[in-house]
Design a protein around this ligand. Structure first.
Ligand code: AMP
Length: 279
């Protein structure tokens, strides 16, 4: 497995692989890898000749008062995991390798305005910009994203369609801890009491899955899910919403494929979870 830092060395390696006729898969990450990331890397390994993992804590997707500095990092551990999963290359740039007085950004309307976009107004512009850059640098045949960040996945699919990236986007299911908590690098912020309280998210997901049905009012689903979260004193709801699976706009009735998504603060840590429902 190789590790590159600059755009130039990454491009040179990928071009050489492509000249040999090899297919390339990309798994974009911010590092501090866990089994959620590992599931993406494994799927990428199954479907491509070459597996590229990017490890980059992207500053442009963090707001001014968010956790850019505190975001957990452990490149040695990440590198060992990628190697054990058979990755061929980790692209691990520094912010200055990626951004030199940038003026050009990629943003996406509508889909980025609801859900996480309300509390994190610049987040998806940063995500779309860095993912576009990674797509241009690595030029993969396929790229792998988790359903854990369902709004991000919908946005990337739409961006690829609208901007004609010749890349297949592969969505991968949410990987959870044994007790139900969705795996996240941010779970490391939780103290033991918060870790227990954080289970209200997956409990609310379970409740939502039990009661949702074709034609039901969204408000009925949301009321029951909110009630589950509100039993937990350490939890503060940012949003719980039922949205159209493609447009990310609120829907009143479950009369089409929907995403039921939530963001909840547990203490100072903001966690997300979701489930999809197809009619
Ligand atoms: P991150 O490092 O948090 O930016 O995540 C990198 C990729 O891993 C994104 O596509 C995430 O959706 C995906 N991912 C993170 N956590 C999970 C999880 N628990 N299950 C599946 N995919 C995940």
């Amino acid at each position: 497995m190789q590790v590159t830092k600059t755009v130039e060395e990454t491009r040179a390696l990928v071009k050489a692989w492509k000249r040999e006729g090899k297919t390339v898969g990309l798994v974009p990450t911010m590092g501090y890898l866990h089994e959620g990331h590992a599931s993406l890397i494994k799927k990428c390994r199954e479907e491509n000749d070459i597996v590229v993992v990017s490890v980059f804590v992207n500053p442009t997707q963090f707001g001014p008062n968010e956790d850019l500095e505190a975001y957990p990092r452990d490149f040695q551990r990440d590198s060992a995991l990628c190697e054990s999963l058979g990755a061929d290359l980790i692209f691990h740039p520094e912010p200055e390798d990626m951004y030199v007085n940038p003026c050009a950004y990629v943003s996406i309307d509508t889909l980025s305005e609801n859900l996480c976009g309300k509390t994190r107004p610049i987040h998806f512009k940063g995500v779309c910009t860095v993912v576009s850059k990674l797509f241009h640098i690595v030029a993969p045949d396929r790229a792998y994203f988790g359903q854990k960040d369902a709004q991000q996945l919908a946005i990337i699919k739409k961006m690829v369609q609208d901007l004609n990236f010749d890349i297949q986007i592969v969505g991968c299911p949410i990987i959870r801890e044994a007790d139900g908590l969705a795996k996240s690098s941010r779970n490391t912020y939780l103290n033991p009491e918060e870790r227990r309280a954080a289970l209200c998210l997956s409990r609310a997901v379970k409740k939502g899955q039990e009661i949702i049905a074709k034609g039901i009012d969204s408000e009925t689903v949301l009321k029951e899910m909110r009630a589950v979260i509100e039993t937990e004193p350490l939890a503060k709801i940012d949003y719980v919403s039922v949205v159209d699976a493609l447009t990310m706009q609120d829907v009143e009735k479950v009369d089409r494929d929907v995403l039921v998504a939530m963001a909840v603060y547990i203490g100072k840590t903001r966690l997300i979870d979701n489930f999809s429902y197809e009619v």
